[in-house]
Design a protein around this ligand. Structure first.
Ligand SMILES: *Cc1c(COP(=O)(O)O)cnc(C)c1O
Length: 395
């Protein structure tokens, strides 16, 4: 240390600490690198920075070592090459819209899409001069008839996370590729484990990391994953313009949960499938909308393209029960809580008025839909809880 450095006041020496750590510390955890400012060794380095180069550090908003490690692992899970993180699943969806759609463009959205995605599309249609049209999630290759010269983006969600129709993804992406239209799938339901979108021709995979990747119900984050570099850069520049970034602390929470994700997913899947099969035998239930079961529209595409289902499925109650009775059923469950989001250890339940969420006349069932998220409680206890409340339904 030079004499002048030693002469500096204590306050300066605390702020500009000259820490000397022994190199070579290694552990299994990724260090949490919190940063807004990134310090450059000299101006030439700063001036030569290229925003397209993910390996260059520029500003904490764009990436830190912690966020980049998480992005790389997420890309690996789905077989992608690039990933970007956003502060929620919905902001990942928004990132896709603003990267690919401008006024005068047209977007196609499946009628069973995650409702806030639908609201986002409607907002762009209302205030930004974009045309947004909804399609039957089971349209398959018939999507060709809907594509217009100004169609820029086709959303997919397979299955839709409330009504569970499974789309014929490769049929839709083959048409989109031939017509030069970008496809984006909301792949949250499968966590990127049960379904590998890039093997089926999808351009962009969106994940709400809030769900299985977090696994704790305590972090909000989203991701966009791509194989194609140019698509990645379009997403990256829109993300930069919008000032979107994530906290390294949140990234480290997700990094901590990722190693157990496949095991958790398999256990959710096992318990949910056994409960779904049992519910199918109950006289109170008209249909079980679990993609691995034949009641579910698009079941054959699940069988062909998926390797697992996780913990989320829905049932439709017999039409003889009123919506108020189903509300009481949901509120009576002791081991299922009422709440949005899912992917953690705790089971959840929610009734939906699906007809009001759809294009008019597009929902075939009369009874109320109830969505279950099967957590990591003992499956026999969950079944006993449901059984008791079903028995309590007068009717
Ligand atoms: C939860 C969810 C999202 C949004 O995630 P947030 O982090 O809550 O914004 C998007 N798509 C699906 C299918 C979801 O379940």
């Amino acid at each position: 240390m030079t004499q002048s450095k030693l002469n500096r006041a204590l306050q300066t020496r605390i702020v500009r600490a000259e820490d000397r750590l022994t190199p070579g510390f290694e552990s299994f955890s990724t260090p949490v690198t919190r940063a807004s400012t990134v310090v450059f060794p000299d101006l030439a380095t700063m001036r030569a920075l290229d925003w397209k180069n993910d390996a260059q550090w520029r500003y904490g908003l764009h990436a830190t070592p912690t966020s980049l490690v998480l992005a790389q692992r997420l890309a690996t899970i789905e077989g992608g090459e690039h990933a970007l993180l956003q502060p929620s699943g919905l902001s990942a969806i928004s990132n896709v819209y603003f990267a690919f759609v401008k006024s005068g463009d047209d977007v196609l959205i499946p009628d069973n899409v995650y409702s806030p995605n639908r609201d986002h599309g409607d907002w762009l249609a209302r205030d930004f001069g974009v045309s947004v049209r909804y399609y039957d999630p089971l349209i398959g290759a018939g999507i060709a008839d809907l594509i217009q010269p100004n169609t820029r983006l086709i959303w997919l969600e397979a299955p839709g996370s409330v009504t569970m129709e499974v789309a014929d993804v490769p049929a839709i992406t083959a048409v989109a590729r031939a017509r030069g239209v970008v496809t984006a799938i909301d792949n949250t339901w499968s966590a990127g484990i049960g379904f590998r979108p890039f093997d089926h021709g999808v351009d962009i995979s969106v994940q709400a990391l809030t769900k299985y990747q977090s696994g704790g119900g305590d972090v909000l984050m989203g991701a966009t994953i791509t194989v194609d570099r140019e698509l990645h850069f379009k997403l990256k520049s829109a993300r930069m313009f919008m000032g979107i970034g994530v906290s390294s602390d949140d990234c480290s929470l997700i990094l901590r949960s990722l190693p157990s994700m496949q095991l958790r997913f398999a256990e959710h899947d096992r318990a949910a499938l056994s409960l779904a099969q049992w519910l199918k035998t109950r006289p109170e239930i008209a249909a079980v909308l679990h993609p691995a079961l034949p009641d579910c529209p698009g079941h054959e595409f699940y069988e062909r393209d998926f390797t697992g289902a996780g913990g989320l499925f829905s049932v439709v109650f017999d039409g003889r029960y009123s919506a108020a009775q189903i509300d009481t059923f949901c509120e009576s469950l002791e081991l299922f809580s009422l709440g949005w989001s899912w992917g953690g250890a705790n089971s959840l339940v929610m009734p939906y008025d699906v007809a009001s969420m759809r294009s008019p006349g597009k929902w075939p069932h009369r009874g109320t839909l109830v969505r279950f998220y099967i957590g990591l409680e003992d499956a026999a206890d969950l079944r006993a809880d449901i059984e008791q409340c079903l028995t309590g339904l007068a009717g």
